[in-house]
Design a protein. Structure first.
Length: 96
């Protein structure tokens, strides 16, 4: 066959079985739920890429609803750096 283009999708099955029992929720396909999909984390708002465990974030292909593109994962990774700084900054403040 004369083929001019080929598109290959690798990684359609997330390797998240190791998360069982730690509180991080996944969808039916095994992809990690983040943000509003994951519900609430106590009394504070859930960050968009935060899982159901406070301070644990997921980015890239493993995240439920992600675009499954390298560029998207890079952007999400950069976004999580700021979210982690905010989370850790709040965690060091005394509760009133």
């Amino acid at each position: 066959m004369d083929i001019s283009n080929l598109f290959l999708f690798v990684g359609a099955d997330p390797a998240t079985h190791w998360l069982e029992g730690c509180g991080v929720k996944v969808d039916r396909g095994g992809f990690v739920l983040t943000g509003v999909q994951g519900g609430e984390n106590g009394e504070r708002p859930v960050q968009p890429l935060e899982t159901t465990v406070p301070g644990v974030f997921a980015v890239g292909d493993v995240r439920s609803g992600s675009v499954k593109r390298v560029g998207g994962a890079i952007g999400e990774g950069a976004q999580v750096v700021a979210a982690l700084h905010g989370f850790l900054g709040d965690a060091t403040k005394p509760a009133l």
